[in-house]
Design a protein around this ligand. Structure first.
Ligand code: BGC
Length: 503
């Protein structure tokens, strides 16, 4: 049977609203990503929690090496520590998701985040900062393990790409709002505006928690937990048709296969899941090694290093941040038409070229010692402009696809476990980059962008050779894309190939 006849579901208002609500979980992830870099460049924050960094930064001789003035492992630990707790939560989320459903995981994640943001906003001692960061990390680990899967399971297969990418859209809006708040709050409350920047993260988290209370669980998750009738009712409502039998039966079959799997972690290591496992690891790893978070977290610090004033640095971060949601929105419109591969490859080439140009631009102007003087305005505009083009390349490719592709390629029986790996690798890679950025900048100087450029070259080749196109393939039929792939087909035994020929 033709796949469109088998799955006649429409894009209903209900599914759109449900997905937008669930995707708002990305706001909290994005808000946190965007807020920490700005806050750590605010003098009042540094004076209170990191006095030694403040001393070093404000008294460094103008003639000494500017690339190293923010180099502090303690300061970067503030940004990066969160990703370690997110890593732990990501692994815990897999069992909760299987037992209590995706929605329960979202609720726990949102609640942790509300408390984390409040503790950070009210912090008067270092331990409060640390506890707050740990709670935020738990929030992110839980949310990112559940939302992308939830979106892919709710969406009709034809619109899965676009609906899933609403998660990334929320991430980028969260980053942008955080950048904007940092800019406005930096100078208020006698220099204590950072409290507002950190504390206001509780608002999107609260919206997400309240919204999650009203969300239905996804069809696959309902069947997995034995709620077959509820799943049927849910499918009729969200697909806007009563012809849901084929989809329902496929979900039940996938769920039965899933129940036969007693040890999803061990199963994930089986040969037939090798392609899924490789993508679960490499997609998040490469996403982080595009170097995007150097810009997300540290744009203000980077700009101050190369000679911008404090306000100009925060403003530049805002300008750059505004390009991300727009680009991701473009990607939402294109992904189900042109496919994942085209966006990955175009975005990769765009990032590679801009990284090379950026290296040259910074090297020519600042050499190896940084710029102790004031930048000519036109040059500053050019540097910010190149970074914007780079960021757009990421925001319509590896940004959204880094969450979409893993959430749609895993078979149901390994889905929560594989998604936990994706979240775990994403978090550990984010941690490594966040933690080592200031030291890398100090030692590699402008060569930092070439370092990431090499990875971008590798990942674009990786996608070109290894990623099959998943556009327009229902989740339950996904096995066929691996079987047809010239390399991955070899990993699958004959039994798996039966029954998929008609697709
Ligand atoms: C990544 C984040 C990144 C953000 C930037 C997300 O997909 O996982 O690490 O900061 O995109 O747009």
């Amino acid at each position: 049977m033709d796949v469109a006849d088998k799955y006649p579901g429409k894009l209903t208002l209900r599914v759109v609203l449900t997905c937008i609500m669930a995707a708002s979980g990305g706001l909290i992830f994005g808000y946190d990503h965007g807020v920490s870099g700005g806050v750590t460049s605010m003098d009042s924050f540094l004076k209170l929690f990191f006095p030694s960094v403040y001393e070093k930064e404000s008294h460094i001789a103008l003639t000494s090496n500017q690339y190293c003035k923010f180099n502090s492992q303690i300061l970067t630990l503030f940004t990066s520590s969160l990703y370690l707790s997110a890593l732990v939560a990501g692994f815990g989320a897999s069992n909760i998701s299987k037992m209590f459903g995706r929605r329960a995981v979202m609720l726990i994640g949102g609640t942790c985040f509300v408390f984390g943001a409040l503790v950070n906003g009210l912090a008067i001692a270092m331990w409060m900062l640390i506890v707050g960061r740990l709670l935020l990390g738990f929030g992110i680990g839980f949310t990112n393990s559940s939302v992308p899967i939830y979106l892919s399971e709710m969406a009709p297969y034809k619109y899965r790409g676009g609906l899933n990418m609403c998660f990334q859209l929320s991430i980028t809006i969260g980053i942008f709002v955080a950048n904007l708040f940092n800019y406005f709050f930096a100078k208020i409350l006698n220099g204590h505006g950072w409290r507002l920047s950190l504390g206001l993260g509780a608002v999107p988290a609260l919206i997400f928690v309240i919204g999650s209370l009203f969300l239905p669980d996804s069809p696959s998750s309902l069947v997995e937990r034995g709620h077959h009738e509820e799943c049927r009712r849910q499918l009729v409502k969200i697909r806007g048709t009563t012809h849901i039998d084929a989809e329902f039966n496929d979900i039940v079959a996938a769920s039965e296969a899933s129940h036969r799997v007693k040890h999803p972690w061990r199963t994930l290591l089986e040969r037939k899941y090798r392609p899924q496992l490789i993508f679960a690891i490499f997609i998040p790893f490469f996403q982080q090694f595009t170097g995007v978070n150097v810009i997300t977290f540290y744009a203000p610090i980077l700009f101050r290093t190369i000679g911008f004033g404090s306000t100009a640095s925060l403003m530049s971060a805002v300008i750059i941040g505004s390009f991300k949601p727009v680009s991701t929105f473009i990607s939402i419109l294109l992904v189900d038409k042109f496919g994942r591969r085209t966006l990955f490859i175009e975005g990769g080439l765009q990032m590679l070229i801009t990284q090379i140009v950026m290296t040259i631009a910074i090297a020519v102007a600042f050499g190896t010692s940084g710029n102790p003087g004031k930048l000519p305005t036109w040059y500053a505009i050019v540097v910010v402009g190149i970074i914007c083009v780079y960021v757009c390349g990421f925001a319509w490719s590896w940004g959204p696809l880094g969450w979409l592709v893993p959430s749609e390629i895993f078979a149901l029986e390994i889905r929560p476990a594989a998604q936990s790996i994706t979240v775990g690798v994403n978090m550990i890679s984010t941690f490594i980059i966040a933690q080592s950025f200031t030291a890398m900048l100090c030692h590699m100087k402008f060569g930092l962008f070439i370092f990431f450029g090499c990875f971008v070259g590798m990942m674009t080749t990786f996608i070109y050779i290894l990623l099959p196109e998943t556009k327009g393939v229902p989740l339950e039929e996904m096995a066929v894309v691996w079987q047809r792939h010239p390399i991955w087909g070899k990993f699958l035994d004959k039994d798996n190939q039966k029954g998929n020929e008609e697709f």
